[in-house]
Design a protein around this ligand. Structure first.
Ligand SMILES: Nc1ncnc2c1ncn2[C@@H]1O[C@H](COP(=O)(O)OP(=O)(O)OP(=O)(O)O)[C@@H](O)[C@H]1O
Ligand SMILES: [Mg+2]
Length: 365
């Protein structure tokens, strides 16, 4: 969709902001650009909508050289969201969102109707439309920025640290919203961030830049985490790279083994007979895990008394769609040291231990 061929940007003062960049940003996907300050991320974005022109190389959009399109027309097909939203302070929220449709000559009524529709799309209350940007929170302003960029329904969105100025909680919410929107809209998005966790969460692919405008690696998050091209990339991904990779991979196909268990309606004798070690899994009437029973607690109890009512340590059932990280978390938090697996209906199928999770992780790298 967006293709850079040997693109460089050298500013008149001699700074090389982008150096010989060749990369493709896939259609309908989110490409995240990350890297330290001044490594050329914003310049890369601005060359796509021609706010900056390259000094060498070619950029094509849907197969057409961006230089062959009049800049104004090109920009109509490209939404642009910047940090702190960049809203017009003296215009109402609705008029801010309607900016591009108005420029396109939609007529005031149609433009405002579209703006009102977008308020809802980005999760803002209808009454926010009449307010001015400074009467909204930072997170709400970011939403307005996204709505404004979406107004003319452009196929491409450029987002330059759009969530950089909000606190981590609001940031996570805005990320959720973007994931939800993108599942519907399937825009081609180029997203800049300093936050590697945000990149891993949002990106279909991540491009890592280093100072001097040099792209070091561009790959889907799991591949990047599993096989960083060099020490710079590994350093950028941080010391929890292994855990981040585990968070991206699901339990589908990871083997489990049978587990000794009793129903919560069982007697103490039945529990003693089923016990193979210290911890015994107790299963609810619906087939899901009720918890781990410390079989030490059975000592001295009459065989005919009921298991129900004895204290259980919590056990969470993990589905195939859960991540390896949540399974690993379960192995360290459960007293039995294993993760309980359940099928799609939530019925216990077996358990998986750390050695198996570790083997799966190794097979990815
Ligand atoms: N108009 C300009 N004239 C001269 N140098 C510029 C100009 N714009 C940017 N630069 C330089 O180009 C380099 C890349 O800038 P750019 O804004 O693309 O970096 P960035 O990766 O977006 O950084 P940040 O993470 O801080 O936003 C920097 O060294 C910057 O100082
Ligand atoms: Mg920048």
């Amino acid at each position: 969709m967006i293709r850079f061929d040997s693109v460089s940007k050298r500013f008149p003062n001699g700074t090389t902001a982008v150096d010989d960049l060749s990369v493709e940003f896939s259609e309908g996907g989110i490409t995240v650009l990350v890297g330290s300050s001044g490594c050329g991320k914003t310049t890369t974005l601005r060359m796509i909508n021609r706010l900056v022109d390259p000094t060498a190389g070619t950029i094509t959009l849907g197969g057409r050289d961006v230089r062959d399109l009049p800049a104004a027309r090109l920009r109509r097909g490209i939404g642009y969201v910047i940090q702190q939203a960049g809203l017009f302070p003296h215009r109402t929220v609705l008029d801010n969102i309607a900016t591009v449709p108005t420029l396109l000559g939609w007529g005031r009524r149609k433009a405002r109707a579209r703006a009102a529709e977008l308020l809802e799309v980005v999760g803002l209350p209808a009454d926010a439309g009449k307010r001015y940007p400074n009467q909204l929170s930072g997170g709400q302003q970011q939403r307005v920025g996204v709505a404004r960029a979406l107004a003319a329904d452009p196929p491409v969105l450029l987002m330059d640290e759009p969530f950089g100025a909000v606190d981590p909680v609001v940031r996570a919410l805005l990320q959720d919203e973007l994931i939800r929107l993108q599942a519907e809209l399937r825009k081609t998005i180029v997203f800049v961030t300093h936050d590697i966790d945000e990149a891993v969460r949002l990106g279909d692919q991540i491009a890592i830049f280093r100072t001097g405008g040099h792209m070091v690696q561009c790959a889907p998050p799991a591949e990047l985490l599993a096989r960083p091209a060099d020490d710079f990339v590994a350093g950028f991904l941080g010391s929890e790279r292994g855990l981040k990779l585990l968070s991206l991979v699901t339990l589908a196909g990871v083997p489990y083994e049978p587990v000794g268990s009793v129903r919560s309606t069982a007697t103490v004798k039945e529990a003693r007979d089923a016990a193979a070690g210290r911890w015994l899994l107790v299963v609810s009437p619906d087939g899901g895990p009720a918890g781990w029973l410390d079989t030490g607690a059975l000592e001295g109890l009459p065989g005919t008394s009921a298991v129900a009512g004895l204290a259980l340590a919590p056990a969470r059932g993990l589905r195939d769609s859960d991540s390896l990280l949540s399974a690993l978390n379960e192995t360290v938090s459960s007293p039995a040291g294993v993760a309980v697996r359940v099928d799609a209906a939530g019925v216990v199928t077996g358990v998986t231990g750390q050695d198996v999770l570790h083997a799966r992780q190794r097979s990815l790298t």
